[in-house]
Structures are given as C-alpha cells and as structure tokens.
Design a binder for this molecule. Structure first.
Ligand code: HEM
Length: 404
C-alpha cells in the first residue's frame, strides 16, 4: 500500500499537535487533488489506516453500512487502541440489524412532543446567557455562554433532577478534559465511570417507576423482543451526552468566532438579510465539529480507486469533505447566505446524527439571542485551540459584545 510521501509532506493525523500547529485546509486541498484516498502509515504498535478526503467518497463511505462497520469503534484513537467496549450496545457503534431497532427506540426521545419543551427552554437559556454578557466588556464566550447551553439541554432532554445536575456537570467536565494535553487520563476514566453509575441507577429507578420522560422511554422499550440490559440503557443515555455536548459547544464557539472574524457576515445575519436557518447551516459547515469519523471494512472493497482489505480502518474526513471545491463554491469563504449547503457535519446515511434537530435548534437559539441583543462582536484576545485529532475548534474565546 502506498502513502503520499514522495510529493507531499504527510501530516501525522494521529498526533493532536498536528491540528494545533498546521493549516489543515491547505493540506486537505492538496490531498483531495493528488491522493483523494490514501494509506496513512502506522507506527510502533499501531496499524495504518485509509484516509478518505473528497466529499463524494466520504458520503459514499458513510452510506455503505453493509461493508463499512461501526461496531469496532468510530473514532480513530479508539480503533488504534483496540475495539470500542460499547460496540454492539451503544447506538453509534452498532451495526444493522440491531442498529435499526435501537435507533427506532432512541428516535422516540426526539419526538416533536418531547423536543417542543426542550427547545423552548434552549431559547430561554440562550437569551438569558447572552443578555448577561452583553456590554460587560471582555469575557470568555466558551466559559460564560457556550459551556452552559448543551449540557443544560441534554439534562432537560433526560429529565435529570435539578439537584443531581451539579454532580453530572462536574463529572462530565473531568471526563472531557482528556482533550487537554496536560490532563491525567485516569481521572477522566473515573469520571466517565461515575456518570455511567449515576445513569445506571437512574435508569433502574425509572424502569421500576416509569414516567413520561426519555430515560423511562428507553428503559421500558424492547429491542429484538427484549428489554435492553440496564447498563445498555445507561450507555445509550450517556451517548446523548457524548454526542451532543462538545459538538454543540464547539459549534457555538465557532459561530461567534466566525462572526468576529467576518463582520460583514455578522451584519448580514444581524440585519436579517439572511435567514437564521440558512446561517446556521454555514456555521455548521465552517465549524465541522467532528473532524473525522471512522469505520472498519468487513470485506475487500474498492474506494476512490484504491483497494481496501477486510479489517482495514477507514477514516472519513468531514473537515476535508466540507471544504471540497468539487461540492462547494469558494469553500474557504464563510458565506452565511450559502444555499444549497449539503455539509456532512452531521454525517450521512443510516448513522446520520440523531440529535441534528437539537444541534440546529441550539445554534438557532444562540443566533436569535445574538441578533436581538448584540450590535457588534469583537475578539478580545487569542482563542485557544482544542488539543484533539477528533474535536475541531476552540476551548476559549475572549470577546466583547456591544449592545444594540
Ligand atoms: C452541532 C452538533 C452536533 C454535531 C456536529 C454532531 C455530529 C454527529 C455526526 C457526524 C454523527 C455521525 C457519526 C457516524 O456516522 O459515525 C452523529 C451521530 C450521533 N449524534 Fe450527533 N452531532 C451533534 C449534536 C448531537 C446532539 C445534540 C445529540 C443528542 C442529544 C447527538 C447525538 C448523536 C447520536 C446518538 C449519534 C449516533 C447516531 C447513530 O449512530 O445512529 N448529536 N453526530
């Protein structure tokens, strides 16, 4: 198998430092042109993997669930370490036919009846947070606003009692800090176990005395004719936190950074020259919160003219597909009026993001609150990039909002 070493400086896509130090867009543009599907070399005790960069190939690979499996894991780091322990139990890392049954159960959590109240609450929360930081001078948008919207929303979705929320938020923060270069991975693992223990107790309680809430819905549903093991109910509730917290947070941070970087685009949104829904899609494309997702080939197959072998890891780079000149006109321009805008930030095909409606609603709430309250958005310092080869974006964003 060949990798593009001869004429391209290959970036190490495993090392998070790569994404902190380099301009990924220049790299991906060259890779899309010259090596649209290439073999990334392995390392010591680490296998190599395929890298898929063009929009059309990424979409085709997402759709090909018959030959590209999610069950060993869908994040490169996890696959390089071994199999995902939640494989076949948690929705995102389950293949058909069980995936379809489990997804039908989980979809009930996202019915209009459940979501109506949650979305109303998102708008209230966003409005209050934005009002609090407008005209206060410089503040960190990540800490003061973005951090509070997604977890509040997921807690509402799961009807987590108010009294339990501070513990859950604290564990979740430690569990996530593995994306920080300095942090002890064992503390993060322990925090994840605390969350799972908490959700297992909650699920058992609600299975015994079901209410009208999402955890009760999943706890009392049957998959393949049987109730889910209680640990799997907890895992799938946790998957809503894993899927919905960081991705929504970084997209909110990216929205505000993009508006500060491109004031004419902010004015177009603020002055209602462009609909908020259209702008939300461009924010999602521009942010591409999940840089990649990964699959494992179950059979030999051809991908973009290359021969992939059964067992190979295949990585699908959303960060490249969303900026592919073959799909998007002037992709490196942030254009809030872009339409159509068929980005892959929520993936594609049978594993398409279950929380897409909610992710969009959170951004819609943020943009609505900004438009009604804020006149100008300016950067007030250098934002800090997230240390990760999976999560794209910034962990801090010093800004100033002036009021309308
Ligand atoms: C801007 C916000 C979000 C982004 C960018 C995002 C992105 C994605 C992507 C790319 C996938 C596909 C993964 C794959 O194909 O392997 C996915 C799946 C998923 N997402 Fe999201 N997501 C967001 C918000 C949410 C929210 C708010 C929730 C839940 C509250 C959520 C829950 C899930 C779940 C459960 C799956 C697995 C679906 C399946 O495998 O059938 N996501 N998400």
């Amino acid at each position: 198998m060949t990798s593009p070493t001869a004429d391209t400086t290959v970036l190490d896509l495993v090392d998070p430092t790569t994404f902190v130090r380099n301009d990924p867009h220049a790299y991906w543009a060259e890779i899309r042109d010259r090596h649209p599907v290439y073999w990334h070399p392995g390392g010591e005790n680490r296998p190599g993997f395929w890298v898929v960069s063009r929009y059309a190939d990424v979409v085709a690979a997402y759709a090909d669930v018959a030959r590209l499996s999610s069950a060993r894991g869908t994040v490169l780091d996890v696959l390089l370490r071994g199999d995902d322990s939640a494989g076949g139990r948690m929705l995102a890392v389950t293949d058909r036919p069980r995936h379809r049954d489990l997804r039908n159960v989980m979809m009930r959590a996202f019915s209009p009846r459940v979501l109506g109240g949650v979305v109303e609450q998102v708008h209230r929360r966003a409005e209050e947070l934005i009002r609090r930081v407008t005209t206060v001078g410089s503040f960190d948008f990540a800490a003061e606003v973005a951090e509070h919207i997604p977890m509040g929303t997921i807690c509402d979705l799961l009807s987590i009692p108010q009294a339990d929320r501070p513990d859950l938020l604290r564990w979740n923060k430690s569990a996530l800090s593995s994306d920080d270069a300095e942090v002890d991975p064992f503390a993060a693992l322990e925090a994840r176990n605390e969350i799972l223990r908490y959700l297992t107790d909650l699920a058992a309680h609600r299975r015994a005395r079901p209410g009208d809430d999402v955890v009760s819905m999943i706890a009392t549903a049957t998959v393949g004719g049987r109730p889910l093991p209680i640990e799997d109910v907890a895992l799938n509730c946790y998957s809503l936190i894993l899927g919905g917290d960081e991705s929504s947070r970084v997209s909110a941070i990216c929205a505000v950074k993009a508006f500060a970087d491109f004031p004419d685009q902010w004015r177009a949104v603020r002055d209602r020259d462009v609909s908020i829904d259209t702008a939300v899609e461009e924010v999602l494309r521009w942010a591409t919160p999940a840089m990649h997702f990964a699959r494992t080939a179950t059979v030999d197959l051809e991908l973009g003219g290359r021969q992939v072998r059964a067992g190979d890891i295949v990585t699908l780079w959303n960060l490249s597909a969303n900026f592919d000149e073959r799909q998007f006109h002037r992709p490196r321009e942030f254009t809030v009026a872009r339409d159509p805008n068929r980005h892959v930030s929520f993936g594609y095909g049978p594993h398409f993001c279950l929380g897409a409606y909610l992710g969009r609603a959170e951004l819609r709430a943020l943009l609505t609150a900004l438009v009604t309250t804020v006149s100008d958005i300016e950067l007030a310092g250098t934002p800090q990039r997230i240390y990760s080869n999976f999560l794209n974006g910034y962990s801090t964003l010093p800004v100033v909002f002036s009021g309308r």
